[in-house]
Design a protein around this ligand. Structure first.
Ligand code: ATR
Length: 283
């Protein structure tokens, strides 16, 4: 890859966010570069609201090869790029930028990272399966889109604000049958569900003792997945495990979204095990 051999030697990467201090992306990517012997580096940049446009111009000026974009910039950044991949456009958010000789393209690796992690770590293939999503916020969008495109038989989205669930269902309906609903309405459809995916902040540090829905009906035939990874095992997953359900934690989604970004930037297969180890060590 031509871009990979830069005149300056070290190929630069980074993550733009606010806050950014606790990001595990630098340790994860730097470990991956080291593992493959690449002369490259990755750093975190605290980009405050109002500074994003200049920061993106800096990617070109300083010839960074790639950048991740996180909260709160994933939407606004789309205004400053030269091209946006169709998946990221449909999701309405960019988390990865690739710089090809000054041309910046935006991708979204959150949803595809999630689906790959589900397959690799829980052995769960989405095609033909019936999915229940909990939550319809920004994080849920990429996941819902990727599940639908992967061939889910149906995607039901439950949310406290039902109108938001209905909007998200509408957005993914070109790719899979989808409907929005309340948490109460889960009782009517629960017998049909193969996979539950939790996408809200309930159960995330510091609210670790909370769980969003009644779990008394969980059973062995169910896979329960939580995109929360702090803590690594949430109360939802503990209760699911107690009912004999298969469980899948959120760390894998983080690692695999990074792996896709790494592969876009370097053209090399991401060293997944080393990346996961680096993140765990940083906790
Ligand atoms: P993110 O980008 O992290 O997904 P978001 O877009 O603000 O953040 O979405 C947060 C999600 O968590 C939403 O689904 C939200 O439900 P509402 O759409 O009804 O607000 C959900 N959520 C957050 N706190 C919640 C709570 N205490 N109970 C139920 N749902 C909650």
């Amino acid at each position: 890859m031509k871009q990979w051999q830069m005149d300056t030697g070290t190929v630069m990467h980074g993550v733009f966010g606010d806050p950014i201090k606790h990001s595990k992306s630098p340790v994860m990517h730097n470990r991956a570069f080291r593992e493959l012997g690449l002369n490259a580096a990755y750093a975190a940049f605290h980009i405050k609201p109002g500074q994003l446009k200049d920061a993106v111009a800096g990617i070109r000026a300083m010839q960074f090869r790639g950048v991740n974009v996180t909260i709160p910039h994933k939407l606004e950044v789309m205004d400053y790029l030269d091209d946006i991949h169709e998946d990221a456009r449909a999701i309405g958010a960019v988390n990865t930028i690739v710089n090809d000789d000054g041309k910046l393209t935006g991708f979204n690796t959150d949803g595809i990272g999630y689906v790959r992690s589900l397959k690799e770590e829980a052995g769960f293939a989405v095609a033909g399966k019936k999915v229940l999503m909990l939550g319809a916020g920004g994080a849920a969008r990429g996941v819902a889109y990727a599940l639908a495109k992967e061939g889910a038989a149906s995607v039901r989205i439950a949310n406290r604000t039902v109108s938001k669930a209905e909007e998200l269902a509408e957005a993914i309906r070109p790719f899979a049958p989808a409907e929005g609903m309340s948490y109460e309405a889960i009782a009517d459809v629960r017998d049909e569900i193969d996979l539950i995916v939790h996408n809200t902040e309930v159960g995330m540090h510091p609210k670790v003792d909370e769980v969003l829905i009644d779990t008394s009906w969980f059973h062995e035939g169910l896979t329960v997945s939580d995109i929360v990874y702090n803590p690594l095992v949430t109360r939802l997953l503990r209760e699911a495990e107690a009912k004999g359900a298969k469980t899948h934690g959120g760390l894998g989604m983080f690692v695999y979204q990074g792996a896709y970004a790494f592969e876009y930037w370097t053209g090399r297969e991401a060293p997944i095990a080393a990346m996961r180890e680096a993140v765990l060590e940083a906790f």
